[in-house]
Write a protein that binds this ligand. Structure first.
Ligand code: MG
Length: 388
């Protein structure tokens, strides 16, 4: 029996994980859940999965939840804030933490979980971009595994099984291209509604905008570099609009190994939950003769400057990827709020990176500080933009 805690249980990955858990009867127990502020979803999850403890961001929400629990005689501990997340990952009953938090907020709980010797199923790509080398170093030191939940990284992980890292020539990361890889009008006129209309994947808002700017692929290139210990220069991106091949690994002998399936996040989530086993899946089987044409294109770094920014951040190293990702988080929020244009996202990220002095460090707090600095700096740029 695997005993899990899900951080971010009301989001897209969190709810799909719980769907899978309910189908995998008697093999997984849910010990803890956290949400940011989606209390109504959390209540339903408490009734259905009976966790021992839950955590919410706001203490006032925690108080309301306690009042709801009492008359119903539900036996669940209720925590809040950063300390609440810490208490969830420390739970002695849990052996695996599913980190499905969006953004930098996921970093500290994951570090704490690793220090408590819990295995990690990682869907929180921002934490890996922010301080991935430190996460992997700590995981090795504490002898725990960090399993990817992202579809591309799950694919790479499967393509690397039983192979020697020294024999990998390059990683080929596939990208759907988002809604705009063929768009030839003015990118500055792209609306929030257009950006949220993703052709192949249904996901949360932040990642959907990141997929439209291709920043998602930039973040994933850094994520792959960190998870698999391959320099960013040997991570290549190819646009593959059908999202059937989820990524590939090329070896020194010229062999290229790929992982294929219909696009459905349930597969990488399930694999992270059952690894090293495979169990019967719940996804639509792949029929290649019906899948039609599989296409591949080079990405356009000029049209999608976020890709260049991500590669540059990885090459600079140290705190730069954290700053790049933090500025992007702030800029995407501003775009969703209609404070800046679509093209403003890359501008804000570029200007924030330019103003940052890189620090090479092993201290997690330095990465947290770089993230906080970048958010303040980029928000000041956004506000200046609004005043004009
Ligand atoms: Mg992905």
């Amino acid at each position: 029996m695997k005993k899990i805690v899900i951080l971010g249980s009301s989001g897209s990955i969190g709810t799909q994980t719980l769907d899978l858990v309910s189908k995998m009867k008697n093999t997984i127990s849910v010990e803890g859940l956290s949400v940011y502020r989606n209390i109504e979803t959390l209540k339903k999850q408490i009734i259905r999965f009976k966790p021992k403890a839950v955590s919410v961001q706001d203490p006032a929400d925690a108080e309301n939840l306690k009042k709801w629990r009492a008359p119903k005689n539900i036996n669940v501990e209720i925590y809040s804030g950063h300390s609440g997340l810490r208490r969830l990952v420390e739970m002695p009953e849990a052996d695996t933490i599913i980190s499905a938090v969006v953004g930098a907020a996921g970093l500290k709980p994951v570090v704490k979980a690793i220090e408590c010797k819990k295995n990690i199923a990682m869907a929180n790509k921002e934490a890996l971009v922010m301080a991935g080398n430190e996460i992997m170093r700590l995981a090795a030191k504490n002898k725990v595994s960090v399993l990817p939940v992202d579809s591309e990284h799950s694919a790479i992980f499967q393509c690397c099984a039983g192979e020697k890292k020294s024999q990998i020539k390059k990683i080929i990361l596939t990208a759907s291209g988002g809604p705009f890889y063929k768009y030839d009008k003015d990118f500055s006129e792209i609306t929030v509604e257009q950006a949220l209309d993703h052709p192949t994947w249904k996901m949360g808002k932040k990642i959907t905008v990141d997929s439209a700017t291709l920043m998602n692929k930039g973040l994933e290139a850094i994520e792959a570099s960190v998870l698999f210990g391959i320099p960013i220069e040997r991570i290549e991106i190819v646009i593959h609009p059908q999202s059937i091949i989820h990524s590939m690994v090329e070896y020194v002998d010229g062999s290229v190994i790929a992982q294929l399936s219909n696009p459905d996040m349930k597969l990488p989530i399930q694999y992270a939950l059952t690894y090293p086993e495979r169990i019967k899946g719940n996804i639509k089987p792949l029929d290649l003769s019906k899948a039609g044409k599989l296409e591949f294109y080079d990405p356009d770094f000029k049209k999608f400057p976020c890709l260049t920014l991500a590669y540059n951040a990885a090459k600079k190293g140290g705190t730069m990827p954290a700053v790049m990702s933090a500025a992007n988080e702030a800029a995407v929020a501003a775009f969703l709020n209609k404070d800046i244009k679509f093209t403003g996202i890359a501008d804000i990220v570029a200007k924030t990176m330019k103003a940052h002095k890189v620090k090479k460090t092993h201290k997690i707090d330095d990465y947290v500080e770089a993230d906080a600095w970048a958010k303040i700096y980029s928000k000041s740029l956004i506000n200046k933009n609004k005043e004009r």
